[in-house]
Design a protein around this ligand. Structure first.
Ligand code: ADP
Length: 430
């Protein structure tokens, strides 16, 4: 049976006994039932009540306030309180109700009095319009008290369920709102990403057409000039050199585009072989020296720092792809460095890993762009940085190749001081 808690507040002991009798006599009492069964040999049917009342007793207003406080803490709150008005020497019933309602406005209150210091009107004026307050006169009518208690407890129950349901609904609404907010945030991020990607694509297309047109125009222009028969041998060699170097730029660009397309469609294969690392890096250094001359930057110092000496240290890698990554990083270093040095090489991290690096003393990269530059078509667009052309493909390709070879790439850089690109590489291929 459902247990509900009642509180009787009255300074008169006999009132408490009355309530006990009225509200507990219809409860099925097993012992009495059994005795009656034995005595009369008949089954006495006891009508079940909807509720079992747990009745507590207070004799003063202050005591009642403490009991209400405790009942709420015990999570077995009072549904109904029957309250006397005059309870000397303590505070009266109306003041007690006022105090209790300050914190617990859901408790049903019944003021019980033979006569009152307050008129009904005065009390209503004090509490304002409320459906939580009733007024009954002593002496009590048993049936009235029984029915009144049952109605008020039922009413309290319904109100409690309503509150719980409202809390549940509010929680649900809160959760849904949170979910929607999350979704909205996610959608906004996706939209921003799509917009950024779209913008990068447009910049890429513009750059690409510039990157193709420039060497093409040079090749066409100088070829036309070569047709001039009066041209000196010296000029002819010069023009042929221009045509050749612009042809190489075009070829590099086409290689980059094809390589990127292969990576994006997942068809780029890597072929591992075992080779001497120092030997491969020495070869690269030779090519880089030529690049320095070709770009009129022979004043830059070029350093190769190897983590081992001699040619015995061998690693498993795709020789050409590894060269491609280091060359890409070197080409950028060369492009963005006007004075100072470019250093490249590797250090041995442990028996399984090495770390390559390409370090320059060039213009540097803003901190915010350190991750972004590895994105497809990404280029630093700070006002402090002079646009050096390019397509924004080099680092994307490098990142993908490094990952295909089993490592990770990152950059440390300081604006105006230079950049160092690092990437890890396993010594052995599994
Ligand atoms: P590209 O050089 O063709 O534009 P990359 O993917 O190689 O494309 O480089 C992306 C961008 O990263 C460059 O445009 C440049 O803004 C920045 N960057 C790359 N390397 C360096 C470097 N060593 N120093 C300064 N900025 C660099």
């Amino acid at each position: 049976m459902n247990k509900r808690r009642l509180l009787i507040v009255d300074d008169n002991e006999s009132i408490h006994e009355d309530f006990n009798k009225i509200l507990t006599d219809n409860l099925p009492n097993k012992n009495i039932e059994q005795i009656e069964d034995i005595l009369f040999g008949v089954k006495i049917k006891v009508k079940p009540s909807l509720y079992e009342y747990v009745i507590d007793h207070a004799f003063q207003g202050e005591e009642a306030i403490v009991m209400v406080e405790n009942s709420e803490k015990e999570d077995f709150a009072y549904s109904v309180i029957y309250m006397d008005v005059r309870m000397p020497p303590g505070i009266d019933g109306v003041q007690t109700i006022e105090k209790i309602w300050e914190k617990y406005p859901h408790i049903e209150m019944v003021i019980c009095s033979a006569y009152s210091d307050y008129s009904w009107d005065k009390i209503l004026e004090k509490f304002g319009p409320t459906d939580k307050l009733l007024f009954i006169k002593k002496p009590f009518n048993t049936i009235v008290i029984k029915q009144l208690t049952l109605s008020l407890v039922t009413k309290w129950d319904i109100a409690k369920k309503n509150r719980e349901y409202m809390d549940y609904l509010e929680k649900q609404v809160d959760e849904r709102t949170q979910e929607l907010k999350q979704l909205l945030k996610h959608m906004t991020e996706l939209k921003e990403k799509a917009e950024q990607s779209e913008m990068q694509k447009s910049v890429f297309l513009a750059n690409m057409s510039h990157e193709i047109r420039t060497p093409m125009n040079a090749i066409l222009g100088f070829s036309e000039l070569l047709e001039n028969e009066d041209l000196s041998e010296e000029l002819k060699v010069k023009f042929l050199h221009y045509i050749n170097s612009n042809g190489m730029s075009l070829l590099n660009l086409i290689n980059d585009i094809i390589c990127n397309a292969k990576i994006e469609s997942g068809v780029l294969d890597v072929f591992f072989e075992n080779f001497s690392l120092n030997q491969m890096l020495e070869e690269l250094k030779e090519i880089f020296l030529i690049n320095l001359l070709a770009s009129n930057k022979e004043h830059l110092q070029l350093k190769l720092m190897t983590g081992t000496t001699g040619n015995n240290f061998c690693i498993d890698s795709d020789r050409e792809r590894l060269k491609q990554v280091i060359s890409n990083l070197f080409t950028n270093a060369l492009k963005f460095t006007e004075s100072g040095s470019i250093e490249f090489g590797y250090t041995i991290l442990d028996e399984n890993w090495i770390e390559f690096y390409v370090k320059d003393t060039g213009i540097g990269i803003p901190e915010d762009d350190a991750d972004f530059i590895f994105d497809r078509y990404a280029q630093v667009s700070s006002s402090k940085i002079i646009n050096k052309n390019g397509t924004g493909l080099g680092l994307t390709i490098s990142k993908n190749l490094v990952e295909l070879l089993g490592g990770k790439i990152w950059v440390r850089s300081k604006l105006t001081e230079g950049s160092t690109f690092y990437f890890t590489h396993p010594v052995y291929h599994k």
